[in-house]
Design a protein around this ligand. Structure first.
Ligand SMILES: Nc1ncnc2c1ncn2[C@@H]1O[C@H](COP(=O)(O)OP(=O)(O)OP(=O)(O)O)[C@@H](O)[C@H]1O
Ligand SMILES: [Mg+2]
Length: 269
């Protein structure tokens, strides 16, 4: 396995509101605490909120790059602990529907984009829009976040089905969020694994789980990131386990840096 270049990990879900952005924010804080250079791409182009969870107010976003007023490097926002963030844009819903001028602009910007990163986390929207599918299929690996609710499991299955059937993706790591116990988490994973195996002949990986933790909400209200406020809380301990498991066990090939990733996601070159 090639280990040079940043790890590029997409975090996605079938159903919305299952905890993707909160997970990405805390994973980023954990890796930053290990002195890793972390870049988050807010790829939820419709309803972005990684900036809100991390308590920053980016002045610029992708829209400013596309209209030519800022370079890609200039829109990168600085979060806590040196975390870098590419803010999404409320004005750009579908990357696949950029005009030729916008596409060329972004591509030429990519050539000069040299923000260093060890780990790039892509916080996608939920569901099976082109953006979600293109971001996930361009990343090195995709983490699908699911909760124990049957609707969330069904929607996760739908996302996995489209990514495997239409994009040839084979590696999926499942993170169960808001589990009330380890057993509930594993049962949730097993339900998904059974249907993936039976109907898609796909074997999916269990990445682990994050417990339901009422103070996650307090951290979100404080706009700080749970692990910064409660480093010894139950949620923080599980973030550490998941973060280390990801580091110990990379799946998929490193496909190149952010330039390569975004070109893939834009379906050019
Ligand atoms: N482990 C947890 N324990 C308790 N509450 C949680 C947990 N994880 C997330 N939440 C709650 O769920 C809400 C939604 O989380 P988040 O915004 O991260 O979801 P999302 O999947 O990114 O949503 P979207 O699909 O809209 O992007 C949070 O505001 C928080 O209150
Ligand atoms: Mg989100």
């Amino acid at each position: 396995m090639k280990t040079n270049g940043p790890r590029i990990i997409a975090v996605s879900s079938g159903k919305g509101g299952v905890g993707k952005t909160n997970f990405v924010a805390n994973l980023a804080l954990y890796y930053a605490g290990m002195n890793k250079k972390v870049l988050i791409m807010d790829a939820d182009l419709g309803l972005s909120n990684i900036d809100v969870i991390l308590g920053i107010t980016p002045r610029y976003n992708l829209k400013h790059v596309l209209n030519g007023s800022k370079t890609l490097k200039e829109i990168v926002a600085e979060g806590p602990m040196g975390i870098k963030i590419i803010p999404a844009s409320s004005g750009v819903r579908e990357l696949t529907r950029l005009t030729d001028t916008q596409r060329l602009k972004l591509l030429s910007e990519l050539e000069h984009f040299d923000v260093p990163a060890d780990v790039i986390l892509i916080d996608t929207g939920a569901g099976i829009s082109d953006n979600v599918l293109f971001f996930c299929s361009s990343a090195q690996e995709t983490i699908v976040v699911v909760t124990p609710e049957p609707t969330s499991i069904a929607d996760a299955y739908a996302l996995i089905k489209v990514l495997s059937r239409d994009f040839g993706e084979k590696c999926f790591r499942i993170l169960v969020n808001t589990a009330r116990s380890e057993k509930e988490a594993f049962d949730t994973f097993r339900k998904l694994a059974l249907v993936a195996d039976r109907f898609l002949s796909l074997s999916i990986d269990y990445l682990g789980y994050l417990p339901f933790e009422p103070s996650v909400k307090d951290a979100i209200i404080a706009q700080k990131g749970y692990i910064s406020i409660y480093p010894n809380g139950s949620f923080a301990k599980k973030i550490a386990l998941v973060a280390n498991k990801l580091l110990d066990d990379p799946v998929g090939e490193v496909k190149g840096g952010i330039q390569f990733f975004l070109k893939q996601a834009l379906r050019v070159g």
